[in-house]
Each structure stands twice: as C-alpha cells, then as structure tokens.
Write a protein that binds this ligand. Sequence first.
Ligand SMILES: NC(=O)c1ccc[n+]([C@@H]2O[C@H](COP(=O)([O-])OP(=O)(O)OC[C@H]3O[C@@H](n4cnc5c(N)ncnc54)[C@H](OP(=O)(O)O)[C@@H]3O)[C@@H](O)[C@H]2O)c1
Length: 426
Amino acid sequence: MAQVAAQGSLVVLGLGSVGRRLGRLVSSASHPGLGAPAGGGGHPASLSVAGVADSSTVVYSSSGSLPPDSLEALVQRKESSSPEGNLAELAEHHSLSVASTDSLPQLVQSHGDLCGCVVADCTASLASLDVLCESLRNGGAVALANKKHVGGSLEHYQSLVDAEAEGGGFGGRLRFESACGAGTPMVVSAQRLGLGNDRVHSIVGSLSGTLGVVCDALNNGTPLADAVEFAHWHGLTEPDPRDDLGGEDVHRKALVLARAVGVPLRPEDVTIEPLYPEKLEGGELCASEFISKLRNEHNDFQEQLAERAKKASGPLKYVANIDCVRRKGEVSLQEVTPQSPLGSLSGAANLVQFSTDMHGDTPLAVQGAGAGAGVTASGVLADAVEASRCVSAHFSSNSSINDDGNCSWNGSERHRVEERATSSSR
Ligand SMILES: NC(=O)c1ccc[n+]([C@@H]2O[C@H](COP(=O)([O-])OP(=O)(O)OC[C@H]3O[C@@H](n4cnc5c(N)ncnc54)[C@H](OP(=O)(O)O)[C@@H]3O)[C@@H](O)[C@H]2O)c1
C-alpha cells in the first residue's frame, strides 16, 4: 500500500555544480513561509532533501530526510570527482538506502518516503523524463534546471503538462524557472502575462551569458577565436565551445519562453544561425582544438564577422526573436539599437522583453544574471518551495496528517495512488 511522504521532501537529480549547490542551499535555508500556501490552509512543513541521485545511483533516507552530515558527505564525494559507485559505498557507511537511478520512477510512485516529493532535475539528461512524469502523476512536483524536456521536443513538454493534469489538484506543480535565465524570473513573468490575459506579440532576448561576452568582444574588434578563448579561460564556455556558439542553448530557452506565454512552438518553428563555420560541425573537438582551427583554418569566417561588426550602426548581439502572432522565430546574430535595453546590455547578463497589448510602448523587461550554479540553484529552490506549497494544498484537500507528520490520503485520491502502486508491482 502506498503511503505518502510528508510534504516538503526534495529529491535532487544530478550532483553536478547546480545539484550540489542546491543540496547545500536547502541544508542552510529556512522557509518560514513554506507551511502557508498562497490562499491559506495547508500543513506546516519544511523542505528537506529526501534523496539525491547521479547518473547511476540514487541514495535516499527511509525517514524522508537525509541527515545534514550525510548530505554534505554525498555532495563532497561528488565534488571530489571520485570514481562511479562511491555514492553507494558512502550511503552504506551512513546507513542510507541505495537503488539504481533507473529505478527512480518506481520509487517515487510507490515508496512512502518519496511519493509526493518535489523532484529537482539538475541534470542535462533526457533520461529523467520518466521520473518527472511519474512524480507529477502521483501528486508530487518537479522543478527543472534541465531545459531539455521543456525546451526540446513539444511531445516531451506536453507529456509533463499532461502528467501534471493527470495528477489532479490545482496545478503549479510543474516549474521550470531555471531552465531559462538561470533563475532570473523570466518564466514566471511570461506565465503571469498569460494568466492576466495579456496578449504577447513578441519575445526578444539575449539569453546566453557566454554569447553576451563573445559579442561584446566582437563589437570591440576582437577576432572570434580570441573572443571564444577569452570566454573559455573565464570558465564561461562548455568544454566544447560549439555547444554555446551553435545557438542550441538559446534556441531551447526561446522555446521555453514561448511555451510559458502559451505559444507551444515546435523546435523547427525557430531557425538557428550558428556562430561558427559549417565546416567545423561534427566530430569531437576540445576548446583549444576548436579555437586553433577557427584561428588557423577559418580566417575567412572570422573576417566576415569582424566586417559585419565594423559596418553595423549598433552593437551585434546574439538574439532570440519570437513572433508570437505568426508563431515562428529565429535565434541569430543581430544588430541592435545602441540605446535600446538590448544594446545597453553587457557581459554575461541576460535580458528578455515581452511586447504585449497591456504593456504597450513599454515592453515588460526582465534582466539578471544569465548563468552560474548559485543563481540557478537558488531559482530551483524557489520553484521547489512554491511547488511544495501546491503539493501541500493539494494533499490538504485530499488527506489528513498523522501524528508523525506523514500524510495519508483519503477518498478517491488515496484510492487512485494505491491502485497505481499496486498495478506497478504486479
Ligand atoms: N551551471 C549553470 O550556470 C547553469 C545555468 C542554467 C541552467 N543550467 C542547467 O542545469 C543543469 C545542471 O547543470 P550542471 O552544470 O550542474 O551540470 P553537470 O555539472 O554536468 O552535472 C550533471 C549531473 O547530472 C547527473 N546525471 C546525468 N544523468 C542523470 C540521470 N538520468 N539521473 C540523475 N542524475 C543524472 C550527472 O551524474 P554523473 O556525476 O554520474 O555524471 C551529474 O552529476 C543542466 O541542464 C544545465 O543546462 C546550468
């Protein structure tokens, strides 16, 4: 029989720079407002980490909360880049439960301490979709830093939306603020426009900190290879800089924002202009190989870009431009007006502007840090706290709280979850 965990349990998927930061943020945070869901009611609760997972192993506590010293030890173990398998060994030492990451969908469906939790996806993997959907279907919630599900195929995005609806309740359990703008509240701003029935005409944004820095350098007359090298040495590029320069990341963020305002674009609705020569596509290249090839074998591409920057009457920026009325868009290098908000943007900062009926001549602008593990983790945490309130509100209308703080569902909700747990174990 499925029992439902106390609200406020978090399972952190991914212990890279963002997931580790999230674990530590939760340990050090207090959330006095967590037990007071918007609209009143709900049960007092605090957010705690019930489990963590990397690509192979999930470690969780049968009490629904990992002791702080155990959580810190797990985070440190991943920080030290120890070989795979060590999470399990460490878990044993701390008397914690261990399972394969592949078994997580079953665990959040039927394990009393994980059922109804918030799953925070801090991976960059498509493999997490099943556990996210399972959590939503079971009345739990998800908070995403991973943009692959909400900024990739429309079917993946829709499967999350459908899973949340299937789970019932009041919604608000699917959250993805940190999938765009690293936690700068762009997604919630987009969603509020829809809630207020304000028609969005266009979304225009500079959504990559890395490309912001590269474009600044190009505008100052720096050749592309030197600009990429500068960004790389400041830790601002992916190990393969083509992952930034190719525009895929900005493309995903543009889709996230379009979907958040209620325009469900498909990837092919938005074209991409990559910021590197076509001949450098394919195969494996580390940063230094890529930079050297760009510098020595593709000087023509660099010269064209330099010429473009020189002739432009305003700065060049790598811009996402979505026409919400015609339902199409592009992500590309564009010349912008120097005095405009985009033209004034510098460094790794991100900015998005929504032109709408109600905002008229003054588009709604949201600006902030566009990258960084800290700001991203903080955005995930804020999402998790709010999502947890929604779970709490949902459960409070369908459950009662036991003396030990665990929540037992009543009526049809309980029956529905138990049915699912039973059928999955058949
Ligand atoms: N860093 C930023 O500034 C920033 C900003 C905005 C958004 N993001 C997004 O946040 C996410 C995390 O970024 P990061 O820099 O922390 O990545 P990262 O350092 O590459 O870490 C990814 C983690 O995910 C784990 N993982 C992979 N597949 C998994 C699965 N199926 N289940 C559970 N764990 C799995 C990996 O496990 P192993 O250790 O076993 O490989 C690793 O611990 C990415 O989607 C990124 O795009 C990052």
